[in-house]
Design a binder for this molecule. Structure first.
Ligand SMILES: *Cc1c(COP(=O)(O)O)cnc(C)c1O
Length: 360
């Protein structure tokens, strides 16, 4: 068996320890005589899995009691619709456009009400986070929406926008559990887990209790109403059982690693290795304004498409895979999520230095 260094943006690298544990438990989960894939979601043994997962996530993020945690299906993209359906009482919301995922959410919201663009960094291919310290926020906005870490472009909010008292809704798909957050600053935090937590198929929605009600847009499907899911502890219908089980294991792994403070430190160290090299290299360049750099997704270019392609090809052959940039931006992107070991980044930088030397 040989594992590669996987820099995929998602689905992405998971802790090897978790994969091994899951493999050990595959045929017989804790004496149940069956795999977690084969058991009823209403069984006692599964109930423990999902309850434990929720409890560990609450511990990790310090989630206050007045927030519900929902484990749902449909990916982050389905929440692009669920957010306006559940929150647009005045049928008006503000969106900050920092990349493709924010834009998709914005366009989806337009199907349900008036979506207002509050700020955008489209003018410079989303290579920075706009100044959000004094946005023009109308009094009747139902919420302000952000994509907190921009997976494709490699930017992240270092300070949250001043929403002037309006609810903040944040898509954290690609920075979930990468550092501590103050949950009380948000109305809703949500993300697909396949970037930094677990297998595709699970989206976690953390939502303040007073925002959960039957007062949703007419025509909202039962399944997309947060109240349906909250009232049934995410077991209204069959949840993505196996995915939740793996997420639970990753939560335990994170706790063992020292929690989110320790993760932040670890992630900062890893990102620094790569960014420091990009800043000194005469071949490779980072594409993002320094203050807004993501700890998770690091895009870079050589400035020459052929050389980019050569780099990706040689890196792949050397065991550094999925470094090709998003199809819409080109170049390279190294996603260095929680489960990417420091050694993976160090070795990548070594490889980049060698490539630079050979291609002067
Ligand atoms: C990947 C991603 C999405 C889309 O997730 P799906 O689960 O595929 O719908 C949305 N937002 C962000 C920030 C992402 O990185």
């Amino acid at each position: 068996m040989s594992r590669v260094y996987n820099f995929s943006a998602g689905p992405a690298v998971l802790p090897e320890e978790v994969l091994k544990e899951a493999a050990d438990e595959m045929l017989d989960y804790k004496g149940s005589g069956m795999s977690v894939m084969e058991m009823s979601h209403r069984s006692k043994v599964y109930d423990e899995i999902i309850k434990d997962a929720e409890k560990d996530l609450r511990d990790l993020m310090n989630i206050p009691d007045n927030y519900k945690v929902l484990f749902l299906q449909g990916g982050a993209s389905q929440q692009f619709a669920a957010v306006p359906m559940n929150l647009m009482k005045n049928k008006k919301a503000g969106y900050i456009i920092t990349g493709q995922w924010a834009k998709k959410a914005f366009q989806e919201a337009k199907l349900y009400g008036e979506a207002v663009e509050l700020a955008s960094s489209a003018d410079e291919t989303f290579s920075y986070i706009p100044d959000c310290s004094n946005l023009d926020i109308a009094d009747d906005l139902d919420y302000v929406y952000i994509c907190e870490n921009n997976t494709i472009y490699g930017t992240k909010y270092k300070t949250l926008p001043d929403t002037k008292g309006k609810l903040l809704v944040s898509d954290v798909s690609s920075c979930f559990l990468s550092e501590p957050v103050d949950v009380t600053k948000y109305g809703v935090i949500y993300g697909g887990v396949q970037k930094n937590i677990g297998p595709a198929g699970v989206v976690i929605v953390i939502v303040r209790e007073d925002l959960i009600s039957d007062d949703v847009l007419p025509g909202t499907p039962t399944m997309l109403k947060w109240k349906t899911q909250a009232d049934n502890d995410s077991l209204y219908n069959t949840p993505p059982c196996y995915g939740i089980y793996i997420c639970g294991k990753v939560f335990k792994w994170l706790k063992k690693m020292g929690g989110l403070e320790a993760m932040k430190k670890h992630n900062e160290e890893k990102a620094k290795i790569l960014y420091d090299y990009l800043d000194e290299s005469s071949l490779f360049k980072g594409t993002v304004r320094k203050e807004d750099r993501s700890l998770m997704n690091v895009p870079f270019v050589t400035g020459n498409e052929e050389l980019d392609a050569k780099f990706v090809k040689e890196a792949t052959a050397a065991g550094f895979v999925n470094l090709k940039g998003h199809r819409t931006v080109g170049g390279m992107r190294a996603s260095i999520y929680n489960a990417m070991p420091k050694e993976g980044v160090e070795k990548l930088v070594e490889f980049m230095k060698k490539f630079e030397e050979e291609n002067k």
